[in-house]
Structures are given as C-alpha cells and as structure tokens.
Design a protein around this ligand. Structure first.
Ligand code: SF4
Ligand code: SF4
Length: 291
C-alpha cells in the first residue's frame, strides 16, 4: 500500500481541490483529511459517518472540593498562575493550566485529579470516493499533531482492512508539527506550489523538511499560468534539486464552481483540459511510487 500526502506552504493553494480531483479518478483508495485545524475535504466528499470517536488531547486538572483542606500549596506552587481561589475555594483555570502535574503530586491530601478532557472528534466515514477518516478539533484546542496521528492510524487501519492500494492524505499547510505528522513515513509528499515568490520560499522549506524526514517529494505547480516567470523559477529550482515536477496546472475557475456544488473538478467537468492534466499527473505519481 502506498501513502501520498498533499502539502502546501499555506491555505488556498488548491491542495484540497486537487486531492478531490485525484479521489474521483483513483480506484481502490482510502482517504485522510489531516488538515485538522481547518478541515474542508468533507465539503466535497459529503461523507456519511460510520463511526465517531472522542479525541482526548489532554488531561484536565480538577480539585475535589470535599477533600481539599485549603492549604493553598497548589496555588503557591503553580508557576502558570492556573490555580485561583474565591471565597477560600481553590479551582483550576483550565486555559492557563499547562498540565505539568506538579499540583497533583504536591497536594498533601490527594485532592487533585487529572481526568481526560475531550478536545474534538474524529470519524470514519463512507463516501462516493471510498472510506475517509476525518476530524474536528474543538474551538481553541491544541494537540492537532496528536489528532493527525490518530487520523492517519485509523486511515491505515481501514485501508488494510479493505485491502486498499493507496491512502491519499490531504495535509495541513505549513511546516509545523501537524505537517510533520502528516508526511512522516509516507511514500510521497506532493508539494502544491503556486507561482509566487512566497510559495517558492515555502517550497524550499517543505523540501528541507521532507529531506530531513527522508520522505520522497514531488511538486505540482497550481495556477501556473498566472505568473509564467515565477513558474519558470520554480521549475528551475526543481531541476537544480532533482525534485520531480509532476504537473503544471493552469488557473481554473471551475475548481471553485465544482466546490460550490460539492463536487470534484473531475466530476463537475470531466471533459475539462485541466482534468486531462490531473489524469496525466496521477499517472506520473503512480510511476514515481512504483519506481
Ligand atoms: S494543595 Fe490540595 S489541599 Fe492544598 S489547597 Fe490545593 S487542592 Fe487543596
Ligand atoms: S498541572 Fe501544573 S499548570 Fe496545571 S494547575 Fe497544576 S501546577 Fe498549575
């Protein structure tokens, strides 16, 4: 089984639209939406949830009032000022707490507990393209790297269970923790670039990351006709660094119109020249995967 992650330096490069366009033409794949902070693949996939799970990102610190002897030691020790007191009752300010566990370990009467705190949900769903694992992180919640790992683990599980040949992953933008979790160990990181100076800068950073993680990388330049000079600069960078250029995809408003109708471009306008380019891109990806 081969795993492919589409990544980009920032939102809006067309990563999700390209993932969906591939999804409609690839047989025998499972999918994972690892852009957990701004998940949107479900807009096109319109999945039917089969299973829903709680995502426990962190522990919550709770003071059992009936056991507390009001010694104030936890309040004194907490260097994040996360323990406050009102009318001689001590309580934890959830958003200030860093989960260091010092208060629980120090409490002389064991009045402090750490309990699981739900930070979001993740889902295994069915769709017209196949099974998809996706997630929803709670507002203001962190630990998205951990959630990406869970989404990938479950995608791998269903892909193995149903004998899938590919897992196609819509990755998060940037080179942070979530990006690392979404490309670690995959067979190909497909970097979606745009013909802008900042996108070239991001491409370089992402290539450095994939090299560090020993993940093979390749590039698609999306909206390539919007700035031909920059497209040539990106092509030159790819050639100099032996980074395979999979395709140059021109700007196409139909990606947006397709999304309005909750469709991939492949479904919305199958006769489109852009779809033909994406089909050729998929053939090249397969060649790269099975070299
Ligand atoms: S250390 Fe324990 S007993 Fe003392 S105030 Fe805090 S919770 Fe209460
Ligand atoms: S776990 Fe650490 S940060 Fe949180 S309230 Fe206790 S001492 Fe403060």
């Amino acid at each position: 089984m081969k795993q492919i992650t589409l990544i980009s330096g920032k939102n809006g490069t067309g990563k999700t639209s390209l993932t969906a366009a591939f999804a409609a033409m690839v047989q025998n794949a499972a999918f994972a939406d690892c852009d957990v902070d701004a998940a949107d693949l479900h807009i096109i996939f319109t999945p039917n949830i089969i299973e829903q799970f709680d995502f426990v990102g962190n522990k919550k610190v709770v003071i059992q009032q009936e056991e507390c002897i009001r010694c104030a030691l936890c309040h004194t020790l907490c260097r994040f000022s996360a323990i406050d007191h009102i009318r001689n009752q001590f309580y934890v300010r959830e958003f200030s707490c860093q989960g260091c566990d010092l208060c629980r370990k120090s409490c002389p009467v064991g009045a402090i507990e750490q309990i699981d705190r739900k930070s979001g949900d993740y889902f295994i769903s069915d769709s017209r393209f196949g099974l998809i694992v996706h997630a929803q992180l709670g507002v203001g919640e962190d630990f998205s790297g951990k959630l990406v790992t869970l989404v990938r683990e479950n995608a791998l599980k269903v892909a193995n269970q149903y004998n899938k040949e590919y897992i196609i992953i819509d990755g998060p933008p940037g080179i942070g923790n979530t990006a690392m979790s979404s490309i670690n160990g995959v067979d190909l990181a497909l970097i979606i670039a745009e013909p802008t100076q900042s996108s070239l800068h991001n491409l370089k950073r992402m290539f450095t990351l994939t090299t560090k993680l020993a993940v093979p990388a390749a590039v698609i330049i999306n909206k390539s006709d919007l700035n031909p000079e920059m497209t040539i600069e990106i092509i030159n960078y790819c050639q100099e660094n032996k980074l395979q250029l999979i395709a140059e995809v021109p700007y196409d408003r139909d990606f947006t119109y397709a999304m309005f109708q909750q469709k991939s471009l492949t479904e919305y306008k199958p006769e489109s020249p852009t779809v033909a380019i994406i089909e050729r891109a998929w053939n090249r990806i397969q060649k790269q995967l099975f070299l």
